[in-house]
Write a protein that binds this ligand. Structure first.
Ligand SMILES: [Zn+2]
Length: 282
């Protein structure tokens, strides 16, 4: 349900309305010659060469969803992705398979300053074959934090079974999820930490960006900080920004607790905190 995408045929970003118009005039030929301008997954345009009510781009393949942290993914894209991941996960679990917690592939999003230069150097190519993604599906790698939360809370799933692989370690959902009020701290292990938290925002020291602070209630774990603007930008974390100032809300964070310079702090599983935050609340 993305409104805008990059067109291989025109070598620029355009809206779905524009793309549709060009499909009618013949300026554009292929309905699937688009990619997400943020996370670079293949996209197709709806109502190609025919009249419709609404035009938008959707993922071209069933296995490639917008990546964690993609700013172009709509609420619907995220919901579809999680639904698909849960279906896959349940199938794997019932077949005694293993679910691999996969990092969101790093997509090279260039800085505004040098994007023009790098875009011209880097050739974006259109491939009709999706065969390259088959392996990914067979490996049963799942990425969305919300998927694992759903699985953990699903009554029909046995949370004691060791079927989750995180960074080479095979554990159960019960091992994977850590209640932050549990008492002893779990260090240097990739886990999903969860609990009631109070959310606040403050200006960074340099005054350049607003920081979201997540303080777990009745917990010895340190606070989690993330760039508030980035949290607000994304469909899967936007609701968290709206929870600032509320009494206490349920927060899930995926990452590990590490000690640096004598201080304990959290590190995200992916390359940014906003890719590893989730709250079911609104
Ligand atoms: Zn995307």
């Amino acid at each position: 349900m993305t409104e805008r995408a990059y067109s291989y045929e025109l070598s620029r970003e355009l809206s779905a309305v524009e793309a549709h118009h060009f499909s009618m005039t013949g300026k554009l030929q292929k309905k699937d010659a688009f990619e997400c301008n943020d996370c670079r997954i293949p996209l197709s345009c709806t109502k190609w060469g025919e009249d419709g009510q609404r035009y938008y781009f959707y993922p071209s393949t069933k296995v490639e969803h917008h990546m964690e942290g993609c700013t172009y993914a709509s609420d619907r894209d995220i919901t579809d992705k999680i639904k698909k991941e849960i279906e896959e996960a349940i199938t794997i679990i019932t077949q005694t398979g293993i679910i691999v917690v996969a990092k969101s592939k790093k997509y090279a999003k260039t800085n505004k300053e040098n994007s023009e230069e790098s875009e011209s150097k880097e050739k974006r190519t259109y491939q009709t074959s999706n065969s390259g993604f088959k392996n990914q599906a067979q490996n049963k790698k799942l990425t969305a934090l919300a998927t694992f939360v759903e699985l953990y809370n699903n009554q029909e799933i046995n949370n004691e079974k060791k079927n989750i692989k995180v960074e080479g370690e095979t554990i159960s959902l019960d091992d994977y999820f850590v209640d932050v009020t549990d008492g002893h701290l779990i260090e240097n292990q990739n886990r999903i930490f969860f609990g009631e938290a109070e959310l606040s925002a403050f200006m960074s020291q340099k005054g350049k960006s607003e920081i979201l602070a997540i303080n777990f209630v009745d917990s010895d774990y340190p606070p989690i900080y993330s760039n508030l603007e980035q949290v607000k930008k994304r469909s899967n974390t936007r609701n968290i920004a709206h929870l600032i100032g509320k009494e206490s809300v349920l927060i899930y964070f995926r990452g590990s607790l590490v000690e640096k310079d004598g201080k304990k702090k959290f590190e995200p599983f992916n390359d940014a905190f906003y890719k590893d935050l989730y709250s079911p609340e609104n």
